[in-house]
Design a binder for this molecule. Structure first.
Ligand SMILES: Nc1nc2c(c(=O)[nH]1)N[C@H]1C(S)=C(S)[C@@H](COP(=O)(O)OP(=O)(O)OC[C@H]3O[C@@H](n4cnc5c(=O)[nH]c(N)nc54)[C@H](O)[C@@H]3O)O[C@H]1N2
Ligand SMILES: Nc1nc2c(c(=O)[nH]1)N[C@H]1C(S)=C(S)[C@@H](COP(=O)(O)OP(=O)(O)OC[C@H]3O[C@@H](n4cnc5c(=O)[nH]c(N)nc54)[C@H](O)[C@@H]3O)O[C@H]1N2
Ligand SMILES: [Mo]
Length: 752
């Protein structure tokens, strides 16, 4: 989120694309409703289903899945045509908007209606209300991301906000409602395969900075890899780990993994049936040599696989049995205290990892960073103790190393103080009072120094940098195609020593940009640039001059290194509209995408999928269930609310197929897989689509696997996994699966 949940109360309009907060963020949704009470905020919902959130909306557009880019271009068409965009903002703070304007010209209300299925007058109504009610906040979640064009969707939404000047404003911004507890923290620490923690890229420079900061030898680190080149090569994604096992088999995508397949799987906190294409996942599980499942519950990977040995279930403790900091959806940190000691023979996740590191022979290297501190006089790293204190020393290590997103201020001591003084912060502004005056709740990152206030609203130039103000980051050079990438005049944060844009701060330019002279001692101690400056001198001097260490540049509407420099509509791989596939085809196939060849054009062009599979397939969430569902289906009371797996189906569609409410139906996918579920009549879905909740497991393609659970562990509710029928398809940048855009065929199941 650029802003935060409480700040949504400041909005005059709220437009929600592909999120259902009334169900999935019900506590946060209270702020949306308060915005309505306070400002008569206009709530607009764009979703293929009439959701519980839509029920609270002033305007609702029932969009065809996967067509949000045309919808937003349709809005921009009217915004540019009628001069409703913020010209100064665009001129001074955005790069590449001309190309967006050109594309938007094509998306007349009629054309937009043709592609999205939303009537032209509704598009005009929504664009008008949203453009005129400022500040407006734009909210999204999984309905935008889980598509082969997901990353384009997530660029399109900020472009709409930039055009309207809604970025860096209270009550504005792009507010992405995150999923799991601490998923923001997991992302910031990169529990993924494509960067180092803190978004430091996979490069020799970053590795050397981390080697130094961890107190380990860089040469030792390189030796942990088969060859040095693998250090800077992205790994498999969660979405396609199975391809790492199956690669090389007939009909499977080719892999690029140093000549070997994956042989072992260690799962820590993933429900397995949440991964698209469960049948492939099962095949991969069956082909592994070793499976380790660290989970408080019986991870259903163990139930799905037919593997009889080499499967280990480790009892992991829950969050209530451990302590430490987590990061909320708005970049605020929260300190947590342990409620009870780990019960029975369970161990916390970090203890499981420490034990693994001991057995694998790198425990000392793994934990050494927690023993180090920067000497304030010399700026050298020194070992200051023999044993670490968990979790405080881990938190302080993160604060010491991660400069990119400004975690410097997140010392364990400060975070604990915020936990203890929770009542002294305002929910709408996050401002502290009394002893917490001058700080925002949870020190939302960036918190540039150990005394910084935190930054509740990203890119806000109305406040000084020391109080959370900043422009956009200078990340992609000083100019492109002869255009200056730095921000224009009058767009520096309040009280800045420099009036307009400026580059990111390095040891070389700090004196000239800030207009200061460093002492000889400072020159000796300062790091190469703000991202690796162990001394903290750059951040300190920047605060004094009102300068954001990362620079003040233009936001990029155009990303020249991406397959689509500006977002373009492309039909889902499995589209119900063959006519539009011709006009808006998907990408060319992409070789070696996170180590696996990935199909686009060849899959889409294989045949007209819509002939055999005419129904749109949407998957998503229920309020009483969570994720892959093993935790919530193990609750008698939550399971009782939805005891069986079902599909929401429009009664008119059902009637045409001879299906009655409550009948069992087969749903077939283009992958050749099928599931048997109960038909649940609902007008929330249009006649060309069905909705499947993603939370079930324990049945597989018609077979009940109940007897495979260890005794006493079968959840109260079991059923088919939606992901057994989700289609092939992955985002071109991130590889998130296309679980919100696919096709299927439905038939009534024969009675037995
Ligand atoms: N009760 C409950 N709460 C949860 C979770 C849970 O499992 N249960 N999970 C948590 C997690 S991990 C996450 S990530 C969040 C997810 O939160 P949400 O993103 O709100 O969750 P979903 O229900 O998956 O999808 C949101 C909506 O996207 C719509 N949609 C599908 N395709 C499209 C499309 O092409 N365009 C548009 N505009 N909309 C589309 C769906 O109809 C659905 O209503 O929820 C979190 N909160
Ligand atoms: N079709 C379809 N598929 C989807 C989605 C969709 O919308 N449609 N949404 C996707 C999204 S956004 C998400 S986030 C995923 C969610 O999918 P998962 O991440 O698989 O969902 P959870 O059920 O939250 O799984 C968490 C697992 O961790 C275990 N666990 C809980 N606490 C702890 C702990 O402290 N330590 C350890 N070691 N384990 C713990 C739980 O028991 C459970 O087995 O699903 C994705 N898959
Ligand atoms: Mo999620």
């Amino acid at each position: 989120m650029t802003n935060h949940l409480g700040d949504i109360q400041n909005a005059k309009a709220i437009i929600i694309f592909g999120a259902n907060p009334a169900v999935n963020h019900p506590v946060g949704f209270a702020h949306f409703l308060k915005a309505k009470e306070r400002n008569n905020a206009q709530i607009i919902v764009v979703d293929p289903r009439f959701t519980k959130t839509a029920a609270k909306a002033d305007y609702y557009a029932q969009i065809r899945p996967g067509t949000d880019i045309p919808f937003m271009y349709g809005m921009l068409h009217l915004i540019f045509k009628n001069g409703w965009y913020k010209k100064d903002f665009v001129k001074n703070r955005v790069y590449g908007m001309e190309d967006v304007m050109k594309e938007a010209k094509k998306w007349t209300p009629e054309k937009t209606a043709e592609v999205t299925g939303v009537p032209a007058d509704k598009i005009i109504q929504i664009a008008t209300v949203y453009a005129k009610s400022t500040p407006g906040t734009l909210v999204w979640a999984m309905g935008l991301t889980q598509h082969s064009i997901g990353s384009s969707n997530t660029r399109m939404a900020p472009i709409l906000q930039l055009a309207l000047g809604n970025m860096g404003e209270e009550g504005g911004g792009t507010n992405i409602l995150r999923g799991h507890d601490n998923v923001q923290g997991a992302t910031d620490m990169c529990c993924l395969s494509h960067t180092l923690p803190g978004y430091y890229g996979l490069s020799d420079g970053s590795w050397k900075y981390f080697a130094k900061s961890w107190g380990v030898d860089y040469g030792w680190l390189t030796k942990q890899f088969k060859e040095k080149k693998w250090m800077n090569t992205k790994g498999f994604t969660l979405a396609r780990w199975y391809a790492g096992v199956l690669g090389g088999k007939a009909g499977e995508d080719k892999i690029h993994n140093g000549g070997t397949n994956l042989k072992a799987l260690f799962v820590m906190g993933n429900g397995i049936t949440s991964i698209a294409q469960t049948a492939k996942v099962k095949e991969a599980l069956d082909n592994l040599e070793l499976i380790v499942l660290a989970d408080p519950f019986v991870n259903e990977a163990a139930v799905l696989t037919d593997k009889k040995d080499g499967v280990y279930i480790l009892p992991a403790a829950t969050q209530f049995e451990t302590s430490g900091s987590v990061t909320a959806t708005n970049r605020s940190a929260q300190w947590r205290s342990k409620v009870v000691e780990p019960m029975y023979e369970s161990k916390t996740d970090h203890d499981i990892m420490f034990e693994m590191a001991k057995r694998l022979g790198f425990y000392d290297e793994f934990t050494r960073g927690m023993l180090l501190k920067v000497d304030p006089k010399t700026s050298e790293l020194k070992q200051v103790k023999k044993t670490f204190k968990w979790p405080e020393d881990a938190t302080n290590e993160i604060a010491r190393i991660i400069k990119t997103i400004g975690l410097t201020g997140w010392t364990a001591e400060r975070l604990k103080k915020h936990q203890e003084n929770w009542h002294l912060f305002d929910e709408v502004s996050l401002r502290g009072i009394g002893p917490m005056k001058g700080e925002y709740y949870g020190l939302p990152w960036p918190a540039w120094t150990e005394t910084h206030s935190g930054s509740p609203v990203l890119y806000d130039i109305h406040r000084p940098v020391a109080e959370g103000g900043m422009g956009f980051r200078n990340r992609f050079g000083l100019e492109h195609d002869g255009v200056n990438l730095l921000a224009g005049e009058t767009s520096a944060p309040a009280d800045s020593k420099v009036p307009g844009g400026y580059p990111e701060i390095t040891a070389k330019n700090i004196e000239s940009v800030l207009g200061i002279t460093l002492t000889e001692d400072e020159k000796k101690r300062i790091g190469k640039n703000w991202k690796v400056d162990i001394s903290g001198i750059i951040a300190q001097k920047c605060m004094e001059a009102g300068i954001a260490p990362y620079g003040n540049a233009k936001a990029r509407a155009k990303v020249w290194t991406f397959p689509d420099p500006i977002p373009m509509h492309r039909e889902p791989l499995h589209s119900p509209r063959p006519d539009l596939v011709k006009e808006y085809p998907t990408y060319q196939d992409k070789p070696n995408h996170y180590r696996v060849d990935t199909q686009y054009a060849s899959k889409q062009g294989e045949k007209d999928w819509s002939k055999e599979f005419p129904i749109n397939l949407i998957t998503g969430r229920l309020v009483n269930m969570n994720g892959a569902g093993v935790e919530t289906r193990a609750s008698k009371y939550l399971a009782a609310l939805t005891p069986e797996m079902f599909a929401d189906i429009n009664p008119n569609l059902a009637a045409n197929l001879g299906i009655r409410d409550g009948d069992m139906i087969w749903i077939h996918s283009p992958e050749g897989t099928k599931i048997k579920v109960k038909a649940h009549f609902s007008y929330s879905v249009a006649e060309d689509r069905i909705f499947l909740p993603m939370h079930f497991a324990g049945h597989f393609q018609g077979e009940d696997l109940s007897d495979k659970y260890p005794e006493g562990t079968r959840p109260y509710a079991v059923g088919e996994s939606a992901n057994t029928v989700t289609n092939y398809g992955y985002d071109i940048i991130t590889q998130i699966p296309e679980t919100k855009g696919g096709l299927c065929r439905i038939e009534k199941a024969k009675e037995v």
